[in-house]
Design a binder for this molecule. Structure first.
Ligand code: NIG
Ligand code: FE
Length: 404
């Protein structure tokens, strides 16, 4: 018997295509894993509806959301630090006294692979329930070869067990583990000579990231990590210019980084460098909000330079314990004055580009049927109001994974 793929039809729907909102109500047809028709309602030939299952009318369709920066595999909690910061302690002070990332490292090392998987699953389910179909997950709370590989295996397993595409990133150079106190170059040797080769050999990492900051690693140390990544054919990216301006972004751009993330302190030279490299600027309003930062990322200069801006949750236990992508759309607008369209593009098309998936995170004929249908009137409403439960339908690789 010939196999016929399911055809699904939405009518009269407002479509945000990953870059812009289309000017008129549309009809959209998917077949199997692809979008096969995207036509203005006025031009829609009802004959096309034949054999399609009717998915309804109205609402808004967006590409499945792409959350290109998360740290959602971790053990423990940092609620105590949340309270300490409210009483005046800074993120850097907490890190310098062995809390912060290192507190999560202790809890993550103690946790078994199964335990980490069980902890991460509901966090990822929260993202999925808010429309995510592609998510990046970083290691960085293990800081030994074995514990970093454990984290990456958990990330891979999440992608096998849940209806979402997981892209993994090795973040061995996230913080200096206590065993290497006073020998940060020695730790970077371990990252370059053992961690990156192990992750590459086991196929566990899709990219390599670093934390370039005074409380983490220097520009020169991060550059060594990038050279090791390049030797193993792995793309690179950086946490840079979050708390100070060290020039990590410009160095990362020289190495062809996929993205530079945070970038509150990015200067003109850094903007020119990422523009030239074609890297994506990843804006993380959840961390800015949680740490009560005041230094604004240079949004207007990035916009004028034509640098694509992605928006992500940075979901993690310290600087952004916020597991709601659509809240980030709102914060990107209210805190950084992105337009709702820019914020949406940042969590669809530009988020995909930041993961090396240029051309994805779009709705057009031939695109993947990774789609969200929302109970709202206009795409901008996704950023305007913060309201769980607006997801009407979600398609992942053509499968209807959510319908109500
Ligand atoms: O993206 N900046 C460094 N890393 C994370 C925070 C991780 C943590 O505090 O646990 C970030 O903000
Ligand atoms: Fe981060």
């Amino acid at each position: 018997m010939p196999h016929t793929e399911t055809r699904r039809l939405w009518r009269d729907i407002s479509v945000f295509d990953g870059l812009r909102t289309l000017p008129e109500p549309m009809a959209v047809i998917t077949e199997g894993v692809r979008v096969v028709a995207l036509v203005a309602m006025n031009d829609f030939d009802e004959g096309e509806a034949q054999g399609c299952s009717d998915m309804g009318r109205g609402g808004v369709m967006t590409p499945g959301l792409v959350d290109c920066h998360t740290h959602l595999v971790f053990g423990g909690s940092r609620a105590d630090e949340f309270e300490a910061r409210l009483e005046g302690a800074s993120y850097e002070e907490i890190a310098r006294r062995g809390g912060g990332i290192l507190s999560t490292v202790r809890a993550t090392r103690e946790a078994s692979e199964e335990a980490l998987l069980a902890l991460a699953r509901p966090r990822l389910e929260a993202l999925i329930g808010d429309g995510v179909t592609t998510v990046e997950i970083k290691s960085g709370y293990g800081l030994t070869v074995a514990d970093e590989m454990k984290m990456l295996r958990v990330a891979r397993r999440l992608g096998e067990e849940l209806p979402v595409r997981v892209v993994t990133t090795l973040l061995g150079a996230h913080a200096l583990p206590p065993e290497f106190k006073d020998d940060s170059d020695g730790y970077i040797d371990l990252v370059c000579r053992e961690m990156i080769p192990a992750a590459a050999a086991q196929g566990l990492a899709d990219a390599v990231d670093v934390f370039c900051e005074t409380i983490a690693f220097s520009v020169a140390q991060c550059e060594r990590v990038f050279e090791a990544a390049e030797a193993h054919g792995l793309p690179i990216k950086a946490h840079a210019e979050q708390l100070s301006n060290l020039g990590g972004t410009a160095m990362a751009a020289r190495h062809g980084a996929l993205s530079a993330d945070h970038i509150e302190y990015l200067d003109e030279a850094g903007i020119a460098a990422i523009r030239k490299a074609g890297s994506v600027a990843v804006i993380l309003p959840g961390a800015f909000h949680t740490l009560r930062e005041t230094q604004q990322p240079p949004i207007q200069a990035l916009r004028e330079a034509g640098v694509p801006m992605a928006v992500a949750t940075d979901a993690n236990p310290g600087s952004s314990p916020l597991f709601m992508p659509t809240l980030m759309l709102n914060l990107a607008c209210t805190l950084f004055r992105l337009t709702p369209q820019e914020a949406l593009a940042g969590m669809t098309a530009h988020g995909a580009t930041a993961l090396g998936l240029k051309g994805e995170g779009r709705i057009r004929e031939g695109a993947a049927a990774d789609l969200c249908i929302w109970d709202i009137d206009t795409p901008a409403a996704l950023a305007y109001t913060v309201q769980p439960g607006r997801l009407r339908q979600r398609l992942f690789q053509g499968e209807l994974t959510h319908d109500r």
